[in-house]
Design a protein around this ligand. Structure first.
Ligand code: SAH
Length: 221
């Protein structure tokens, strides 16, 4: 992507504003999250030639059988992370790069890991054109990112069969892990795990959700 491809028309801006209102109606409360959603042009991360789908509140297929997450899901996961400006956040599953861009708009220092190299390269091209500072890594995100741990928050954007131990280890005390978990690869419950002390965690089981499977060593085979 080139700088000149970064187009954000008044129509896009209007559609985005309406989407943000819809997210508010669906229960997203954090002003910081709503303004981050309003700040990120979703069309930059969206497949070309599907103009009418960009600002619908739905997931959409991208290359390699993956998806760009539903805006509500991106807002919901971001809200659950409870992050502040300057927090160090790890995302597993860069995909289109959209969720990572929303985390950047929250003022976070973003680390993101993606398994599928061409997806990572495409996202990297968008962030370079935007002039955004982000740390992207190619590899198996079920292992986390031990070389850059600990993190204030970790968000997993693919469905896991169980909670990989690696993530809790790589959180700071007080840090939060937000992860969709399910024993079937196409249906999950959102879970939030807060590391309350070096040895204790608090687990919340939240809404039903649908993500593509988390693959890899501690994911689906
Ligand atoms: N956050 C993305 C959602 C992408 S879908 C967005 O906003 O668009 C989930 C992504 O997780 C896919 O790109 C998939 O390739 C990736 N993924 C699956 N298993 C992974 C693993 N073990 N490590 C890193 N990425 C993984």
């Amino acid at each position: 992507m080139k700088k000149t491809d970064l187009i954000d028309t008044l129509i896009h801006q209007g559609q985005r504003k309406r989407l943000v209102d819809e997210l508010k109606h669906k229960g997203i409360q954090s002003d910081a999250v709503l303004s981050a959603m309003n700040a990120v042009p979703r069309q930059w991360f969206f497949p070309k030639d599907f103009e009418q789908f960009i600002y619908r509140d739905a997931a959409f297929p991208i290359d390699h059988g993956q998806t760009i997450s539903q805006p509500y899901t991106v807002a919901y996961q971001t809200e659950l992370l409870g992050i502040s400006r300057g927090d160090k956040v790890l995302e597993i599953g860069t995909g289109s790069g959209y969720q990572a861009a929303v985390l950047l708009a929250m003022g976070a220092e973003v680390y993101s890991v993606e398994y599928i190299l061409p997806l990572l390269q495409k996202a990297d091209g968008i962030f370079k054109a935007m002039g955004s500072q982000i740390h992207l890594f190619h590899g198996d995100g079920t292992l986390g990112l031990p070389s850059h741990a600990p993190f204030d928050a970790i968000v997993v954007t693919a469905g896991a069969p169980s909670v990989p131990e690696t993530y809790v280890k790589q959180l700071k005390v007080g840090g939060k892990l937000v992860i969709p978990v399910g024993d079937q690869s196409d249906e999950q419950k959102m879970m939030r795990i807060t590391k309350v002390s070096a040895t204790q965690t608090k687990t919340e089981i939240l809404q039903d959700c649908k993500f593509v499977p988390l693959k890899g060593t501690l994911g689906w085979k």
